[in-house]
Design a protein around this ligand. Structure first.
Ligand SMILES: [Mn+2]
Length: 279
């Protein structure tokens, strides 16, 4: 995540982009009905040309386990950063899009929602990669069970400064202003901010970097007590809650670090899988 004040200071003033219309709203699904099973869930791969082993693990995942799946859900932060859909042409990003495209052609339906790192991935990315775009918070409905999917950062409500920043960078007008800058300028801004963000993390208390129990409880209650799956916090776990007499689960997806790791759902049971166990 980017520190609020630095990111905002790099954005153009609104008067500088009044000539530009905000980008067209990206078409995203808020409900997926009965996707093909088994379904695999991944998040927080943080792919970049500086993490070649993780990138290879993702390509092997796409050409291996994903080919046996009915659907793959990528719940945000697939990329370490994405400076805009005109960034799809860089050598690295193109290689990831091509790998996704090849996987989709022969295997599963791949769904993607943005995280805080790749927030600007939209229709251009979807066209280049063959993925279906999802809203951040999507309901996946099976006959007897509903899964609620999110990146997870919206649930970290104890971090008020971050939530204010999140709201701002999701504003279409703000995004139009940022995207109006040349690609190289955007890349440089994000690189700089990412370094500062890494340093800033150590100043935060551990609790406010995690999801808030109140936010999770409220969300599960308002959605009819589904099973929640999210990433972002890099705190993999399977939590259970008893809310209003209903048993609910929250699966937190792990971040990737050189190896592929995913959650699999066969329609009844969940299992955590990793490429470490394949060889
Ligand atoms: Mn994240």
């Amino acid at each position: 995540m980017f520190p609020k004040k630095m990111f905002l200071s790099n954005a153009p003033k609104s008067s500088e982009f009044t000539q530009n219309e905000p980008p067209a709203p990206t078409r995203v699904a808020e409900v997926v009905v009965a996707p093909k099973l088994p379904a695999l869930f991944v998040a927080d791969l943080h792919l970049s040309d500086k993490r070649p082993q993780t990138t290879v693990a993702f390509f092997d995942f796409l050409s291996g386990p994903a080919q046996q799946a009915g659907s793959v859900f990528i719940l945000g932060d697939l990329f370490e950063y994405w400076a805009g859909d005109d960034d799809a042409g860089s050598v690295f990003n193109r290689s990831v899009c091509n790998a996704l495209s090849a996987a989709v052609a022969t295997g599963p339906v791949v769904y993607f929602m943005t995280g805080n790192r790749d927030l600007l991935a939209g229709q251009g990315f979807a066209h280049a990669s063959g993925v279906h775009l999802l809203a951040d918070m999507v309901s996946v409905r099976f006959e007897a069970r509903t899964l609620l999917l999110a990146h997870g950062d919206a649930l970290c409500t104890s971090n008020r400064e971050y939530q204010a920043f999140r709201q701002q960078v999701r504003n279409r007008e703000w995004q139009a202003g940022f995207l109006a800058q040349p690609l190289e300028v955007r890349r440089a801004s994000i690189e700089k901010l990412r370094d500062q963000s890494e340093a800033a993390k150590y100043e935060q208390h551990a609790e406010i970097m995690d999801v808030s129990t109140e936010a999770v409880t409220s969300l599960l209650r308002s959605h009819g007590y589904p099973t929640l799956i999210h990433g972002h916090t890099h705190r993999p776990a399977r939590h259970t809650y008893l809310i209003d007499g209903h048993r609910c689960e929250r699966h937190v997806l792990p971040g990737w670090d050189d190896h592929a790791v995913w959650l699999a759902f066969d329609g009844t049971e969940f299992s955590v899988c990793s490429d470490k166990h394949l060889f």
